[in-house]
Design a binder for this molecule. Sequence first.
Ligand code: SF4
Ligand code: SF4
Length: 309
Amino acid sequence: MPSNILDSQAKGVIFDIQRFSVHDGPGIRTIVFLKGCPLKCDWCSNPESQQSQQELMFIGHNCIGCGKCLSVCPAGAIDMENPSRIIQEKCTHCGKCVEVCYAGALNMAGEEKTVEMVLSELKKDAIYYRNSGGGITFSGGEPFFQQEFFEQLLMGCKSNGWHTTIETTGFTTEKVLNKILPLVDLVFMDIKHMDDRKHELCTGISNKTVLKNAQIIAKSGVPMIIRIPVIPEVNDDLMNIQATADFVRSLASVKELQLMPYHRLGQNKYDYLGREYALNEIKPASKTSIDQLKEAVEAYGLKCSIGGS
Ligand code: SF4
Ligand code: SF4
């Protein structure tokens, strides 16, 4: 199919669609969360977004021990003695256990959808996008991870005349970026650390591609907001924040730098997935220390907000 014709049957994996959001872009928005991310940040508040395939989550405190899941599982992937209940390597994601679990103790993260299915969900709120100056925000995970599906979704949004925003780690190729940017009205992009070695330590990848892509986006003229997830003992030192601000002020299309203080809202999901949460010892930063970092950013002549507000 020619690349400029919408392939409405293209498929991808979505793990959530949130309607009526007033964050993550102007006006009233619907946020589409695509599954899969090349980074592995320990503080990720959506750990179910990291792997590209579906994942079964076990919400232990809801379980009443009825054993129905065990009786229907065709893959021998349920272990009633195991605190995390699911043997992930054996699970084929058939969903049979989720259907019979009336206690709400099992939840499948991720669902395969076509572009047409997503667009029809998005259309439900078209009147709100129009009346509020809102639109659609693509988040993840990392939306570029499913680049072909992502491009088709953006094309579908644009054919409906909707404003599009993306939330990205900035990790993709220049070729893909140049293809996608004409379909995007606003970019939120994370810069997690300016020191390459430390960036690799805390995310699993080098920051070279990320910083280069920030420059490409800035050059394209698409408005951009840079976000720093501020993680105590990882990247919250003054030197790193100043180095980031210094880099960001060289990017012409940046409207603002947002400091996103560390929180633990997604911590319980690590339990549901049977994974360890690595930052148990880290405490959220005080308001005073975040305010000091904000002042440091503003000293570089940049507009700075905390948590995007
Ligand atoms: S079906 Fe649900 S409530 Fe029953 S044992 Fe399985 S997980 Fe627990
Ligand atoms: S999703 Fe299917 S294979 Fe996986 S644990 Fe449930 S019933 Fe078993």
